[in-house]
Design a protein around this ligand. Sequence first.
Ligand code: GLU
Ligand code: ZN
Length: 495
Amino acid sequence: MASAPTPADIRVRFCPSPTGNPHVGLVRTALFNWAFARHHQGTLVFRIEDTDAARDSEESYGQLLDSLRWLGLDWDEGPEVGGPYAPYRQSLRMDIYADVARRLKEAGHAYDCYCTNEELEERRAEARAAGRPSGYDGKCRTLTEEQVAAYRAEGRSPIVRFRMPDRTITFTDLVRGELTFTPENVPDYGIVRANGAPLYTLVNPVDDALMGITHVLRGEDLLSSTPRQIALYDALIELGLAERVPAFGHLPYVMGEGNKKLSKRDPESSLNLYRERGFLPEGLLNYLSLLGWSYSADQDVFGLDEMVAKFDIADVNANPARFDLKKAEAINADHIRRMEPKAFTEACLPWLRAPHAPWAPEAFDEAAWHAIAPQAQTRLTVLSDITANVDFLFLDEPVHDEASWAKAMKDGSADLLRTAREKLAAADWSTPEALKVAVLAAGEQHGLKLGKAQAPVRVAVTGRTVGLPLFESLQVLGRDRALARIDAALARLAG
Ligand code: GLU
Ligand code: ZN
């Protein structure tokens, strides 16, 4: 066994297949590899596993790059960056895999298998019925030349199968400790399709070997492929194509609603959803880092640099992690509060413009936005909420939210509003406190506490029962517009 690599030698990889939209499980894997590389001053290789032409797409490839850029997870080798092992897209490395497959066959580590799917299925069923392991039975390991000729004469094209050694494979998973796989549970497996296309089972470990990967950190769903890959690695070492078997660490499953494994098809898995809702990259990554890891017993909000300083794969927990959207939002809210005020006002701008914002571009008043922004910064959980929080400032009329209207406008609300309007008209609008005194006084006159008194005022002015602090909102909206809206509400109540 090679000795443990020194820190600077650490090479990890993030190697997604470009199928579909990026999902949070993928991001968690990228993040843990990135943090591990950065913590150890190692190298993060970004490799695109696009050998499945039927499922891979250029659009998904573009999204992967764009997502990592947005998240701020940078890579040291890979697309757009290059590196000593380029190309980093497997679709551009097909000749390498063909060559390795040929060498594996020549050395006896792989062989042609002519079994048809129907034959395999039939033998699997027989094995199951007899209580034997139902994996591939090794039939084509020892075909004679005549048998091969006969299959060929029938027009069969073989797949290439890797010959698993007849030994128990044990390795120490960096997360789960020592794991053992017995040969009957790891049958010979396909590495090249009948049409010559190499499979994940081949290209993934071959590239890990050729690219000098020292640590494979990936999801627990890939655990069953690890003994196969270790055996393939041993063969590559024998052929002089690999130096050593990498260390493996399998990240725990992420459970979603109802304690079911979070699937990439679940809506809450989609990275784009978090982007569209206005999660901050740092907030989302902070939350995702907690899926299997923790920063400390009493702190779960931290920056990426703090994560990098502390992160080690040995601290990852093997137990399934639970995805908790509410907690993700709460952590994101903390990150919003931690922003520089200027960064916050700028980060909100996309949600204050078309197509997110329902008002005309010229209705956006930057001074009003800057005046109200501090109120929003301490209250938002996601940036996209800003649109509804400040729309009363930029729309000609407040939104018509019938549920809010019904809730706030009770018998007597017209009288209260009339009094509030009088008091507000007479108030000094230079501070929110004076406006509060006015509404408080109006409430007192009608035997209402502040909360009850301000509800109809809020709905009249903003259209909604909930929102940013009312008196700051009134002040930023301005006396004339606020009073006109109360008049309009009074007219509606009278009508
Ligand atoms: N392309 C594989 C996947 O996305 C990579 C698995 C691995 O990390 O080995 O599932
Ligand atoms: Zn066969």
